[in-house]
Structures are given as C-alpha cells and as structure tokens.
Write a protein that binds this ligand. Structure first.
Ligand code: ZN
Length: 184
C-alpha cells in the first residue's frame, strides 16, 4: 500500500524500522485500524523479511527502532523481536527495553490465538483429550490434592476461557488451568 502524505512526513520518507531505505509501504500493525498512529512506514527490504527469523543481520536494526519515539514503531519492533526470541540477540534487546504494558500487549497479541486452548507446551487441546497434570494441585473447595502426573481423561474445554478446562478427578468435575497440564 502506498504511503499517506502524513506518514511520509512523519517518517521523513525513510523506513522507520531499518532507516536504510526509502519507505514505500504503509504497514498497519494488527489488530488496529488503518490510522497513522497504527501504521509504520517500511521499506521493501523490511517487508520481504517480515516473518523471516533467519534474517538476523537485517533485523539488527530493531535494536534502534525499538527506541523510536513513535509507539507504533516500538510495537512492531517488539513484535518482530518476540517472534525471534528463541535467539539470544533478540532476547537481549527485549530484556533491555521498557515499554508500557499496553504496548507490550499490543505487540504480543499477534502470537495469541484467542480461540484455542493450549497445554503448557503449546499443544492444542480438544474436548475428549486426556491430559497429565504437570504439578500437584489443591482442589478448591475440597480437602484433596491431586498429585503431579495424574491423568485426567476426556477433558472438556471451558468455552470463552482459553485458560481453563474441566475434567473428572475422584468422580468430581473440577476446573483445571491449562498451564498445569500436558496433553497425554
Ligand atoms: Zn527497512
């Protein structure tokens, strides 16, 4: 998408991520709408490398752009770094920055799938799955503790709450947080 006049002025015609090339693309940072405060002016090289985790040499530029005065540029930089956080250099940059919580949430929202239940390892859970508890849990409202390693069969997903599943333990249906289970 071509760049709006106002974005061209803000960016000075230069890519707001790598500041090496002319900015030619108006990139809207999801899930926000197409408004200048949600857009970053980027160059064709940056666009080509979006999502390319191996473009380490190119993405070193994020170490600078993450300190941009434009919150949206910080958010996009943070988001791209998050996608590469399994690489030490990216993690090091993330650890140095201090963004507002709402900006971090905006950046991270890209990686959260709002409608999927996942176990502590990121496996997608479905109704009817069996799971193993990855730690001992005290069951609320009862006097029993369920030990780590307990298998809970035929779980049910709690609708509208991606952090919770239901399962039967000792003949009682209890709510379990997905962060404490692993798909069996
Ligand atoms: Zn660029």
């Amino acid at each position: 998408m071509a760049i709006s006049k106002s974005l061209e002025i803000r960016s000075g015609g230069i890519c707001e991520l790598c500041s090496n090339n002319q900015s030619v693309i108006e990139f809207t940072v999801s899930p926000k709408e197409d408004k200048i405060e949600n857009q970053v002016a980027i160059c064709s090289v940056c666009e080509e490398n979006l999502g390319n985790k191996n473009a380490r040499d190119h993405w070193q530029c994020l170490a600078s752009s993450i300190w941009s005065q434009e919150p949206v540029v910080q958010v996009l930089s943070y988001r791209l770094l998050l996608g590469m956080k399994d690489q030490t250099w990216a993690m090091n940059i993330l650890e140095m920055v201090d963004l507002d919580e709402d900006l971090i949430q905006w950046a991270a929202s890209f990686y959260e799938s709002a409608s999927v239940h996942m176990d502590s390892y990121g496996n997608v859970l479905e109704s009817g799955d069996n799971v193993v508890l990855t730690q001992s849990l005290k069951v609320k409202g009862t006097n029993f503790t369920v030990s780590k390693g307990t298998v809970v069969k035929k779980i049910r997903l709690v609708a509208n709450n991606m952090d919770q599943i239901e399962g039967k333990i000792n003949d009682q249906v209890i709510v379990i947080l997905t962060q404490f289970v692993k798909k069996n």
